[in-house]
Structure formats: C-alpha cells, structure tokens
Design a protein around this ligand. Structure first.
Ligand code: PEP
Ligand code: MG
Length: 752
C-alpha cells in the first residue's frame, strides 16, 4: 500500500505510518479538528528502495565508522544522491499524485500542504527519532509534493541520523520512514499545550501561544504568551502576556515560509481570547481522555478555527513520583563547576574539531575542551554543555546561561571520561554528571516555560547581562530594569572575520553595520530601559583564531595584555568604527544606549577616549558614559576618574578579583581560592561606592558576583545603585535586593 488516508489509520498502524501519522489518525477518529491528509507509507519507502535497486548500495555505504566525520559526511552525501537520482516507480508517483489531487478536490483548490517525516523502527515501533528528520511547509503542486517526499526520505540518512542510530545500536535496514502530507494550516496564531500539569499531574492545562505558524514557539526562538487553566473550576488562573518579537508566516508572493518581525501593535497584545483558551483546554481534555494519559499537543488557529497538529504523551508524571520518593540517584561519573543551572539528559557528543559540530543535534549534550564563538549554533541545539576547562565566567558558562542551557565547566577530563558513554544526565547547578538518563531530568524537561510572577519594584535597579543578541528577548522578559553589560566581543568573534580584515578589504561599513545590527537588537528589546554597551574587550589569543587574525601578537599572558581600552587607544582606527556604530544608533533614535569602557587603569585613558569620542562627533552631554572598575588601580584612585568626569562605574568583579588576588579566573586548578567576596575585593568595592555616592556617580556591578543573592544583599547594604545579573539569576537577585532594602528600612524604624 503506497498511501493511506489519515482517517483510515489507528494506533496499531505505527509501523506503517509512524507515531505521528498514527496519532493524527486517532485524533481524526475522535472527531477532533485535524487538517485532512494522507501518508506515504513506510512500506512504500521500502518498495522504492527495492524496486529502484538502490537498497544494497545504500546500506553498504552506511557501514562506516561514524566517529570518522569525513566518512559520515560522505555516507550522507552518497545516500542523498542515490535517493534523489533514483526514479520513483510510476505506480507510486501516480498513487501519490492521485491522493494529492483528491485532497485538492476536497478543498476545491490547489492546496498548500505540510510534508512531514514520520520515522519508525520495524521492531521497535515506538522508538523516538523525533526531530531528526525533516518537515517541509507550504508545498504546492504535484511535482513539489513528490520532491518533498523524496527530501523527507533523504533526511532519514542525514549525518546526524546515521550517527544517532549507529550509537543507539539500531540497524539502518530496520528503520523506516513514512511521510505525512496534510493540508497546510495558514495559522494566524499557534503553539503548544500540556493537557495536565507536566510535573504534578494536576488537571491544569498550560498553553503557550505565539503569532503565525507554530515554528517559533516549538523551537523556543521567542517568548510565547502563557495561559494556565484550572480544569476543575474551568477558570483561567494565570495569564502571562510576553513581548513577542518573531513570527513565521507564508510569504504571499513566493508561498515560502519566512520569519518576520511581529508588527509593533501586536507584540504585546494577548494572542488568545479567553474563549480560545477555554476551547483549546476542552480539546486537550478530549485528547487526554482518548489516550488515557496527559498529552503534549501542537495546535494552530486559522481564520478563527482551531486545528490540532500533533499529540504526544507526557509519560513522566508517575515515573517522577516513584523515582523521587525512592530517592534513586544515578551513578556519578564526572564532576565540575556548575555554571548554568538545570537538569538535562541526552546523547554525549564529543567535539574536538570544528567540522564535527554538525554531529551535535537537537537534544544532545555537547562535550568539548572549551567552547568558542563558532560553537554557538551547536550550543543552541544542545540541551547541555560540558567542558574540560574554564570557570564561571568562561565562554561556555556565559553563553549557556543566556541560552538557558545547563552547563558544567572545568571538569578537567570530561572529553576523556565520556568517550565511551552514550547517554548522560547533567545537573548544571551542582556540577554533577550521571551515567544514563535520570528520571528527574526527564520531568524537568517536560516543565512548561515558567509562569511569570508579578514583578516587585526595587529601589536598587536589577539589570541583566547580555552577550548574544538572540538572548535579548528572553532577558527583557525577566522584567530587568535594563542591561548593565552588553559584551560586544562575542558578537565580533561570531563574525569569524577579524575587524582588521574588514578594514583591509575596504568593508568597514559592513563591519559597522554588523555592530549596529547586534546592539540594536538588544536596544530594541529593552527600549526605553537603558543598555550599557561595553566597547571591545577581547584578549589577543581569541582574536588570533579568526579569519584574518594572523597578525594578532602572541602574548605571554593575554589576560594582562593588549585588551580593553588600551587596545582601542592604540588601534584607534578600530575604536573609531565602534564609535561610528554608536553614532549611527543614536541617529536612529536609540537614546537608551550608554557606553562603558573596559580595563581602564589610569584617568588619562578615560580622557583620551573622551577626546576621540568628541572628535568622532559624539555629544558626550547627551550620552551616559562610564568605566568598568576591574583593575585595583582604578578602584584605588576612583576619585581621579570622577574628577575626569563620568556618569557611572560598573564593577567587573571577574577581573577585579583575579587582579586583586592574583588568581587566574579561568584556571580550574586555583578555582578554590578564587573568591569574589574576599575582604580585599570588598574593601575596594566599598571604597569606590562611597566615593561615587559622594559625587553623584552611579555604581553598578556586572561581574559574575552580581548574580549571587548573598553578594547582592551586601552590595545593597554598601549603597550600590544597580546590580546587573545573568539572565537566570535576575529573579533571585531581585528577591535578595528587595529583602535587603526592606531590612534596612526595618532596622531604621526599629531604632525609633
Ligand atoms: C568582569 O571582569 O567582571 C566582567 C564583567 O568582564 P569580563 O567577564 O567580560 O571580563
Ligand atoms: Mg572584565
């Protein structure tokens, strides 16, 4: 049987149409609103391989050492060319085209369809290959449908899928693929819903919703609205309306799916009406009752009509209770520094060379010596990160925290210990790596996005640190009072082309535009809240590995070398490009941007920088200008900096600690004596706050210490103006600040 209509399919047909197809069939039979369509069966795929005679060479080409990335790439390439070049048997073509024509007849138009892969293992029909095969949206016309079917088949042999199956012990020959072809829902709004609470199992429905097609919500690339309904009282008990920046829609001219910015008047508007929330809850309840277990459902709304697009069981609720009550803990196989909190489990992917990054798929744990800016895309796919090197302020730690990905750094031997381990669970708070899959982590994974609580206002502002512009929306949704540090070097290193190469090639304008684009994304997300952008502060060793970075000097100790303001004042040409970017941003109306100079150690550096800024046409009377206090020198003579004139200072405690204590911040061997609350560091901070408060200069902190609630409490007591924390710590720091402020008031009141 080449094709089967979804309404003819039931759960028992998983081996024929895959889990996705079977669940759609069940929902149609329950008279739930599912877009009509058909499946090209897994059986048809086998027939294609056999009839065209490519089966033998295809499976032979997959017999490789999957750890050899070149061989893996070649196998995927060979499979692709075999499938795409083989002619589909004519009865098969006709069956698919006839079914598509029928679908068009039913709808009285040449319909746009979604062509979705639904892989399944013959002997293990419920094996999950979710997310490894592809989906093609907005496909129209018989020829395009046939092409998309073949592309779905090809995706069964993508490098990552081959690698995953080999590591999991699946025989390639026994894994099949069906293709679902369904009328496309041109969604005005879409999202996901949990029919019951994913951790407690309580009958509360949690709905996430965004504008346009569901891709942006499902992939987590934007913050969706979040609605919680108590199914017992039939009341909406919580409603969090997010600022929604992105949406995926069908391009009217080309018919292709495109990503676009949400129009201004829709960004903060609630996506769902109360009626829609209740209707979705009701439909979710029907799906749950049908399956007898809580479900995770993808839905869409087009022209006011609701559609259910997919349903999967949330199977972990009971497991969690059992496991946690029994106190079962897995085998601890590795320890490091917990750098980004959260639990995650997944397949271990050890990356030692950049060309191996493709192997890191959605849901994997990335293990490497130390991450670099080239790895950010792979870090976004990974559910966890483990590194051999680094401390709390290294690249892996900073980026993982912004992505909300659990991360453990400084394990010293992760890449060795995990060499022969397939699956691990990581606890990014404790820094623990366990062998296998711990159920607690599974539960955690199923938890819906946190429901925002009413924000408490504090007098001491609580801000957030950002390094990758993509994290801006999420950071802004914390309700932070602004950005206390925007690091631009991650953005620049991510370009992978040395700024000097842009200059050499006469493409300075392009470079300036890249800076404007990145900074603007953050300034937009926070407007009118202030965003302090730090000028370049990258050590030479990181710049050297960029394309065109060959001329970077080799420094014995880059941390104490040509970085921060000292670099900008001697490489004035580059500094001027940064200033050009700021000028452009101000002319575009971003009056919320402040400029912060890093690594200063003498007031003359501040005065020289100001002179170049004025020469470059910046109006310093209109711009908030400040310095990072991260050298003991700047702290000790802060009065002289104040005299030179500045609006704010921000403590860079990562560096201030390393330079005060002479302890390398990235060296795991001395991590135990790296202490930001060392009395000497606190003494410097106290001195600077006192001097600044006397002169009316704002004080802030953007080092890692600002993310610690106990440090926040101390800083409020010392009189700091604001605290800038990592995105995951904004909430706890705000609570600590609030408590500290109240305690101060209470103590005064009690004295009278
Ligand atoms: C610091 O030194 O505390 C700081 C925030 O800067 P960076 O971590 O980028 O050196
Ligand atoms: Mg620093």
């Amino acid at each position: 049987m080449v094709i089967v209509w979804l309404e003819e399919v039931r759960s028992k047909d998983v081996a024929l149409v895959g889990g996705k197809g079977a669940s759609l069939g069940e929902m149609i039979n329950e008279e739930l609103p599912v877009p009509r369509g058909f499946a090209v069966t897994a059986h048809a795929f086998r027939q294609f391989l056999d009839n065209t005679g490519i089966a033998k060479s295809l499976f032979e080409s997959l017999e490789i050492d999957v750890d050899d990335s070149e061989a893996l790439k070649n196998a995927a390439k060979k499979a692709k060319s075999l499938i795409l070049n083989a002619e589909m048997p004519s009865e098969m073509r006709t069956a698919i085209l006839d079914a598509y024509d029928k679908l068009c007849e039913r709808e009285s138009e040449t319909v746009f369809v979604a062509v979705r892969s639904s892989a399944t293992a013959e002997d293990l029909p419920n094996a999950s290959f979710a997310g490894q095969q592809e989906t093609f949206l907005n496909i129209r016309g018989g020829k395009a449908v046939l092409e998309a079917v073949k592309k779905c088949w090809v995706s069964l042999y993508g490098a990552r899928a081959i690698f995953y199956r080999a590591k999991q012990g699946f025989e390639h020959e026994h894994v099949n693929i069906a293709v679902i072809i369904q009328k496309m829902v041109d969604a005005d709004k879409a999202g996901v819903l949990f029919t019951s609470h994913p951790t407690s199992g309580e009958p509360t429905t949690i709905i996430e919703a965004g504008w346009g097609l569901g891709e942006a919500v499902v992939s987590g690339s934007m913050s969706p609205d979040n609605y919680v309904v108590d199914r017992r009282t039939k009341k909406i008990v919580q409603r969090h309306i997010a600022t929604k920046n992105l949406m995926h829609v069908k391009d009217k001219d080309t018919g292709k799916t495109v990503q676009k910015k949400v129009p201004d008047d829709m960004m903060d508007k609630t996506v769902l009406t109360d009626g829609e929330v209740m209707k979705l809850t009701e439909l979710g309840e029907i799906v749950e009752n049908h399956y007898g277990t809580p479900q995770d459902v993808e839905w869409a709304i087009a022209d006011g009509k609701i559609y259910m697009l997919q349903s999967r069981p949330i199977t972990t609720i009971q497991i969690k209770d059992k496991e946690i009550k029994s106190g079962k803990v897995g085998e601890l196989i590795l320890e490091g520094i917990g750098a980004s909190p959260g639990l995650a489990y997944g397949n271990v992917e050890i990356v030692s060379k950049l060309d191996e990054l493709d192997r890191v798929g959605k849901g994997d744990i990335l293990v490497t010596q130390m991450t670099t800016p080239d790895m950010v895309t792979a870090m976004k796919r990974a559910v966890g990160v483990i590194t051999d090197e680094g401390g709390l302020t290294c690249h892996a730690a900073i980026v993982s925290r912004e992505l909300g990905t659990p991360c453990i750094v400084g394990t010293k031997k992760g890449t060795k210990v995990l060499k022969d381990v397939k699956v691990v669970t990581i606890d990014g708070e404790k820094g623990h790596v366990y062998k296998g899959r711990l159920e607690q982590a599974i539960v955690k994974e199923e938890v819906a996005a946190p429901v925002a609580r009413a924000r408490q206002v504090t007098v001491t502002e609580v801000k957030v640190n950002i390094s990758i512009p993509e994290a801006a929306e999420k950071a802004a949704a914390t309700g932070a009072d602004g950005v206390g540090l925007l690091r631009i070097e991650h953005m620049i290193l991510g370009l992978n082309k040395h700024p000097l190469l842009y200059i050499k090639e006469g493409k300075s304008e392009e470079y300036v535009d890249e800076l404007v684009k990145g900074i603007r994304t953050v300034a937009d997300a926070f407007y009118p809240r202030s965003v302090w952008v730090r000028t370049l502060d990258a050590p030479t060793d990181e710049f050297k590995s960029m394309q065109g970075g060959e001329d970077e000097p080799v420094e014995h100790n880059p941390m104490l070398g040509w970085r921060g303001i000292r670099r900008d004042l001697s490489d004035v040409e580059h500094f001027k490009l940064e200033l050009q970017a700021f000028k452009k941003l101000y002319s575009l109306g971003y009056d919320n941007i402040g400029i912060m100079l890093p690594m200063v150690q003498h007031p003359k550096e501040l005065s020289k920088a100001k002179q170049i800024m004025v020469e470059s046409g910046l109006d310093l009377d209109k711009i908030e200008l400040g310095i990072m206090v991260e050298t003991p020198a700047s702290a000790l003579i802060i009065d002289q900096f104040i005299e030179e004139g500045l609006d704010f200072i921000s403590f860079g405690t990562n560096d201030l600690t390393q330079y005060t204590l002479a302890v390398d911040r990235n060296n795991e061997n001395v991590a135990d004596i790296y202490d930001e609350s060392h009395p000497a560091v606190i003494k410097l901070i106290d001195h600077v706050i006192k001097e600044c408060n006397r002169a009316g200069v704002k004080t802030s902190i953007c080092g890692q210490a600002g993310s610690s609630p106990s440090m926040a409490k101390k800083l409020v007591e010392l009189g700091i103006t604001s605290i800038s924390a990592n995105v995951d710590a904004v909430e706890s720091v705000r609570e600590a600040v609030l408590r500290s402020e109240k305690a101060i008031l209470l103590n005064i009141a009690r004295r009278y």
